[in-house]
Design a protein around this ligand. Structure first.
Ligand code: NUP
Length: 319
């Protein structure tokens, strides 16, 4: 396959995060260990599918039978943190974006429970092999990786997009319920089920314009009732068996309403803390389980200290 990182039985992998002061991640080519080959062959979930590198630690640490919801809960408890790092760095050249991302990961990983990657990193850097290697290094740190691709098209391209990201190692993809189920997100959920990964739905976004779409009042033909679009999406998150629902930390009242519908069966991921004005305490008190935090950490002078302090503040509100 084009962009495949495996060649002639060897694996090109990001074996170590760069040491402080080193500018680029270390790339090495090494023979594939026998036990890894076996694992690659027996794994039918897509993790380890022929042609894709699976790190030993990924196989040891992560159970293919555990759902994404369980994986995240386990990570939250183990890290004693509900912070999902949004690995968004300012636009730069691909090599500097990779080294910058790995430096941030190295610094903040003790204070987070997962990492979210956006297309703003995938576009300049490329999914195979660079982002795939970043995902491997995230897994080597014992953390799940979420792809914030906001899948939003017709079914056949949605399916292909989800497959690409899952094959690159992502544990979950964020998708947009506006496109509906049939010939919309159904294929994404099918692939997720087959590859045992997660799907997180956008239920109410964090920016002001969210009200124009997610906030409009819609008529439910089944019940004859008018209800907010986000309530309909929260209901869909339940009936589609989504693994998470995104609601902006900037709208704690809406987090509360969505939480009433989801009732802890689908965890709420809340972006918008810090740079967008959302508050840690009000988001968690309203029902957010995870906080997605980007620039407050990635643009901080001292990312590790900032991540730790956000984690500590969040922990004061978590049960
Ligand atoms: O509603 C959303 N708001 C939002 O900011 C849904 C998202 N997925 N995000 C993402 O969260 C956004 O794309 C970015 O990666 C992150 C928030 O970053 P920051 O505002 O903390 O820097």
């Amino acid at each position: 396959m084009k962009g495949d990182s495996r060649t002639n039985g060897g694996v090109t992998s990001l074996t170590h995060l760069p040491q402080k002061g080193s500018d680029t991640p270390q790339e090495t080519t090494q023979a594939t260990p026998a036990h890894l080959v076996d694992a690659v062959l027996i794994d039918e979930t897509g993790r380890g599918e022929k042609g894709y590198y699976v790190s030993t630690s990924t196989l040891i640490e992560r159970s293919v039978t555990r759902s994404f919801i369980e994986e995240m809960e386990r990570s939250l408890k183990r890290a004693h943190s509900n912070i999902v790092l949004a690995l968004d760095l300012p636009a730069d050249g691909p090599r500097r974006l990779v080294s910058g991302s790995t430096h941030i990961l190295q610094a903040v990983h003790p204070y987070i429970c997962a990492v979210k990657i956006n297309r703003q990193l995938v576009l300049p850097v490329g999914l195979f092999p660079r982002v795939q290697r970043i995902v491997e290094s995230i897994h080597e740190l014992g953390l799940p990786a979420i792809m914030d691709c906001k899948i939003n098209d017709v079914g056949h391209t949605n399916r292909a997009i989800a497959e690409f990201y899952y094959k690159a190692g992502f544990d979950a993809v964020i998708s947009n319920p506006f496109v509906g189920w049939r010939e919309g997100l159904e294929p994404v959920f099918e692939v997720a089920e087959k590859m045992r990964r997660g799907v997180i739905l956008l239920v109410y976004m964090s920016h002001k314009g969210a009200e124009e779409g997610y906030g409009q009042t819609v008529y439910d033909a089944k019940t004859g009732k008018r209800m907010p679009q986000y309530s309909v999406f929260a209901e869909k998150a339940l009936s589609w068996k989504a693994d998470g629902a995104v609601v902006g930390a900037t709208f704690p009242k809406i987090i509360g309403e969505v939480h009433q519908i989801l009732d802890d069966r689908v965890p709420i991921y809340s972006p918008g803390v810090g740079a967008q004005g959302g508050k840690i305490g009000s988001a968690i008190k309203a029902g957010a389980r995870y906080l997605i935090v980007g620039r407050a950490i990635t643009r901080s002078e001292a990312p590790a200290e900032t991540a730790k302090s956000i984690r500590d503040s969040a922990n004061r509100y978590l049960e």
